[in-house]
Design a protein around this ligand. Sequence first.
Ligand code: GTP
Ligand code: MG
Length: 203
Amino acid sequence: MYHLFKGLYYYATTKEEYSILLLGLDNAGKTTLLEKIKSIYLPGAPSPKQGAQPPTVGQNMSTIPLPHPHPPIYLKLWDIGGQESLRNLWTQYYTSSHAIVFVVDSTDKARIEECRDVLEIVTNAEDTEGIPILMLANKQDREESLEVEEIKEVFNKIAERLSARDSRVLPISALTGTGVRESVEWLVTRIMRNKEYRPPLMR
Ligand SMILES: Nc1nc2c(ncn2[C@@H]2O[C@H](COP(=O)(O)OP(=O)(O)OP(=O)(O)O)[C@@H](O)[C@H]2O)c(=O)[nH]1
Ligand SMILES: [Mg+2]
């Protein structure tokens, strides 16, 4: 009974909301990642299936309440289309974001330089200054994927410039879920640490 009340009290007083922006080239796995996070944190949400997501034209948004023992906060996840013609829309989300997740298709060696150039533009934007950046080397379940160390090398130059703020490269599979919880944990730690600089919305 005590735990029930404690749980109810916990949710009743949950007020802080942080926005997280999922960016990356088209086909990187952003929508699959959003679906996977939902399946982990929202009861009853189905796990994503291979090839099930059509390319995103516009945006998807989901709000996730973090379960105890996390701080009682909501994460509002914005998944934006990554096709070239849609990338100029990303900038509209920068000022209200508390963290950026940049998803990389680790199997797409032909576009890894394009990936780096796009990330560079994102991190150079004035409105993203000082917010944590998490780079995800996605599709690690595929045999032909680049290792996280190889992805790190590509982003090294950017990472050096980002060193004054929080940034990290983590290996994941949005499809199987490997590394997804760890990625959310990293984000939560960093947005809380950055709270004074980018305060949450209260709801
Ligand atoms: N094997 C494997 N496939 C994945 C993974 N993540 C995504 N995919 C596949 O990659 C393709 C593209 O995934 P999406 O999630 O639609 O990519 P997106 O980044 O949302 O693409 P846009 O909406 O066009 O920006 C789909 O066929 C997914 O099933 C992964 O971790 N492993
Ligand atoms: Mg998508």
